[in-house]
Design a protein around this ligand. Structure first.
Ligand code: PMT
Length: 220
C-alpha cells in the first residue's frame, strides 16, 4: 500500500527519449528506456496523485492508473507538456529530450548519392526552461544527465532552467543512468546538495524524490 503524501495533487511526468525524424524510415534518438520516468509515475500514483505521463516511444507497459500521452519529437513533447502545465502542481522532467532536430524532414526516403552527407540540425526548444520561465505555483523538478563535473553542471542547469530541484545523474557511473533498473543520483536545490542517493532501484530513487518534493510543496 502507498502513503497519501501526494493525495489530491496533479503530477505531470515526462519519460523516454524523443525521436527526431530524418525521413520516413530514419531518425535520431538516444538511449533513454523510459524506466526512470515510468518509475516516478508509478510511485506518484501509489502516493495518491493523479498522474499524467508524457512519454517518448518505449518498450514499457503502461503503468496502471496513469494517463499516458505518447509523443515522438521534442516539438510534440513540448506541446503535450505546455498545454498541461497550468493544471499540474508537480512537474518532473525525466525525459531525455533531443537538443537538436533535422532542419528538414524529407518526405520520401532519402536516396544514397554522394560519398558523404551532411545533416543540418537546428536547436529544439528547451521545454524545462520554458516551464521554469512561466511557472507560478508549480513545483518543478528537472534532471541533468552528465558525464563529467556533475555537481557544477547540475546546479548550473537548475539555475538557468529555474527548477525547484534537479536530479544530477552521472550517466558514466556503472549501474546508473540510461536503460538499467538501477540509478544513483545527487539531488540539488538552489543552495546546493540536498541528498545523495547511492546505487539503488529506480523505484526507490523515484519514491525518495517524490517524498522530498511532497515535503517542499506548498500545500493548499
Ligand atoms: O529512461 P532511462 O533509461 O531510465 O534513463 C534515465 C535518464 C538517464 C534518461 C534520466 O535519469 C535522466 O537523466 N533524464 C534527463 C536526460 C537529459 O536529457 O538531461 P539533460 O541534461 O540533457 O537535460 C536537462 C533537463 O532539461 C532534463 O530534465 C530534460 O528533460 C530537460 N530538457 C532538455 C532539453 C530540451 N530541449 N528540453 C528539456 O526539457
Amino acid at each position: 500500500a502507498g502513503n497519501g503524501l501526494l493525495q489530491g495533487q496533479r503530477v505531470l511526468v515526462t519519460a523516454g527519449g524523443t525521436v527526431e525524424r530524418i525521413d520516413p524510415v530514419r531518425y535520431i534518438t538516444n538511449d533513454s528506456s523510459g524506466k526512470m520516468g515510468y518509475a516516478i509515475a508509478e510511485e506518484a500514483v501509489r502516493m495518491g496523485a493523479s498522474v499524467t505521463l508524457v512519454t517518448g516511444p518505449t518498450a514499457l507497459p503502461a503503468p496502471e492508473g496513469v494517463e499516458i500521452i505518447p509523443v515522438q519529437s521534442a516539438l510534440d513533447m513540448r506541446e503535450a507538456v505546455m498545454s498541461r502545465m497550468n493544471t499540474s502542481q508537480l512537474i518532473i522532467k525525466a525525459a531525455a529530450v533531443a537538443d537538436y532536430r533535422p532542419a528538414v524532414v524529407a518526405e520520401q526516403k532519402m536516396k544514397k548519392k554522394a560519398d558523404s552527407l551532411t545533416l543540418e540540425l537546428v536547436k529544439n526548444p528547451d521545454i524545462l526552461q520554458e516551464i521554469g520561465t512561466l511557472k507560478k505555483d508549480q513545483f518543478v523538478i528537472g534532471f541533468a544527465a552528465e558525464t563529467e563535473r556533475l555537481d557544477e553542471h547540475a546546479l548550473e542547469k537548475l539555475k538557468r532552467k529555474n527548477c525547484d530541484l534537479i536530479v544530477g545523474n552521472d550517466v558514466s557511473q556503472e549501474g546508473a543512468g540510461f536503460s538499467g533498473d538501477t540509478n544513483a543520483v545527487r539531488i540539488f536545490d538552489r543552495n546546493g546538495l540536498v541528498e545523495a542517493l547511492p546505487l539503488q532501484s529506480k523505484k526507490d530513487v523515484a519514491r525518495r524524490l517524490l517524498e522530498l518534493a511532497a515535503g517542499r510543496m506548498k500545500t493548499t
